[in-house]
Design a protein around this ligand. Structure first.
Ligand SMILES: NC(=O)c1ccc[n+]([C@@H]2O[C@H](COP(=O)([O-])OP(=O)(O)OC[C@H]3O[C@@H](n4cnc5c(N)ncnc54)[C@H](O)[C@@H]3O)[C@@H](O)[C@H]2O)c1
Length: 377
């Protein structure tokens, strides 16, 4: 199967920036050739998910990747960190930074993030602050990171106060997404990534949503053509949204559909794996549609269609589906106020007029929200 190359082009005021997203099957063994222009004679540090060096990993894609880039680089060093949101914190960042510096890097050094969204976010953030910013490349290995976190340049870590509150915008030089590496991904993680895929249809592409609704069975049995179509379409939609709004002045906020709820849910869960990001997003999107319906923006039919697709995909769709985490209305509202979209205590949510049309709703009334959440918790 041939690989597909997309381009992210950012229309910045001062300089335009574009980078390739390469999506294909079994392409990691050709990484040296694909990434030659970025790695040739450079010092390279690969920050990778420790899953790939564990004895239980049946996946040899990482070895193939290393072999393929090995001859190209001036030096090649490695740092392994565990996946999971518990890793995305300041202590882990500090360890990474000290280790990278100890390798004796220079301004031409390239960091490669090889792993899921957690590895990409923390390694990308490290790259953005080391020597005031060095280049980095994303090799996403989960569905979620292939369709979402590896593209767009948001990097960062969680704080004890809340999710993703520390970070920077730092665009990668290239993204290399190999669908073959998804074969070892646990089903739960695959489903979690699917929640972010559905999000793209919901915010601006009814046709894509309908396609996902029809094709979800072939997607879940990893049909290669369906996977490739789904991943490239998701990246195309994301690239289209961010091209004129790299730093989330307005339109990019639509990509946060369901995320104000999701981040609050995750932080109630203490990032300990009882609820993972994509699951929280699934619940968050269902809540955003229910709220859109309560505020008379969106029909009940569309709301039910959305919940139905998540249920068919065996994703949680309500706060009752995560009974192990105790959540209160007042606690949720406190966490909403930490959301990066909220201004001067005003609550902002991404809501929907219909499937395929999201919008930014500022100043959502706290009384209405309290009543809504009381019915949901
Ligand atoms: N930067 C962004 O724009 C953006 C967007 C969406 C989400 N995110 C962030 O991404 C994170 C979630 O990403 P994620 O779901 O990829 O989580 P993750 O990186 O924790 O990976 C999930 C699990 O899958 C394992 N894993 C990774 N690749 C594997 C493979 N090929 N086979 C088997 N196991 C594998 C990991 O070890 C981990 O246990 C969250 O922190 C979220 O906030 C960031």
């Amino acid at each position: 199967m041939k690989s597909k190359i997309l381009k992210v082009s950012l229309n910045r005021k001062i300089e335009n920036l574009s980078y390739p997203i390469i999506v294909g099957d079994n392409i990691l063994r050709n990484s040296g050739e694909i990434l030659k222009e970025f790695l040739h004679k450079k010092k390279v540090v690969v920050i990778y998910d420790s899953f790939f060096s564990s004895t239980t990993n049946p996946n040899n894609a990482f070895e193939e990747f290393v072999q393929s880039i090995n001859k190209l680089t001036a030096t090649l060093n490695f740092i392994d960190i565990p996946g999971g949101d518990k890793t995305k914190n300041i202590d882990q960042l500090n360890k990474i930074i000290e280790k990278v510096l100890a390798y004796g890097i220079d301004r031409q050094t390239v960091i490669i993030a090889f792993g899921g969204g957690v590895i990409g976010d923390v390694a990308g953030f490290a790259a953005s602050i080391l020597l005031r910013g060095i280049d980095f490349i994303q090799v996403p290995t989960t569905l979620l990171s292939q369709v979402d976190s590896s593209v767009g340049g948001k990097t960062g870590i969680n704080s004890k106060i809340g999710k993703n509150l520390i970070g920077s915008f730092h665009q990668p030089q290239a993204v290399l997404a190999d669908i073959n590496i998804l074969k070892t991904l646990p089903k739960r993680e695959f489903r979690a990534g699917f929640a972010e895929v559905v999000k793209y249809g919901l915010i601006k592409d009814l046709e894509f949503f309908n396609w996902l609704n029809q094709e979800y069975e072939s997607i879940f049995i990893h049909d290669k053509n369906s996977l490739k179509t789904m991943i490239t379409k998701s990246c195309e939609i994301k690239a289209d949204v961010i091209k004129n709004d790299e730093k989330e002045g307005a339109e990019r906020a639509l990509l946060n559909l369901g995320h104000t709820f999701a981040h609050a849910i995750e932080s109630f869960g203490n990032f300990d794996g009882r609820v993972i990001h994509g699951e929280a997003v699934s619940i968050g999107i269902c809540l955003a549609f229910k709220l859109s319906n309560k505020l008379c923006f969106c029909s009940i039919d569309d709301t039910k269609k959305v919940i139905n697709l998540f249920q068919k995909s065996k994703l949680p769709t309500s706060l009752h589906d995560i009974k192990k985490i105790s959540i209160s209305t007042s606690g949720m509202i406190k966490k909403f106020k930490l959301d990066k979209k909220s201004k001067q205590n005003e609550l902002t949510f991404i809501l929907n007029r219909r499937i395929g049309e999201s919008f930014i709703k500022q100043n959502v009334n706290v009384g209405v929200l309290t009543q809504f959440l009381n019915e949901e918790v």
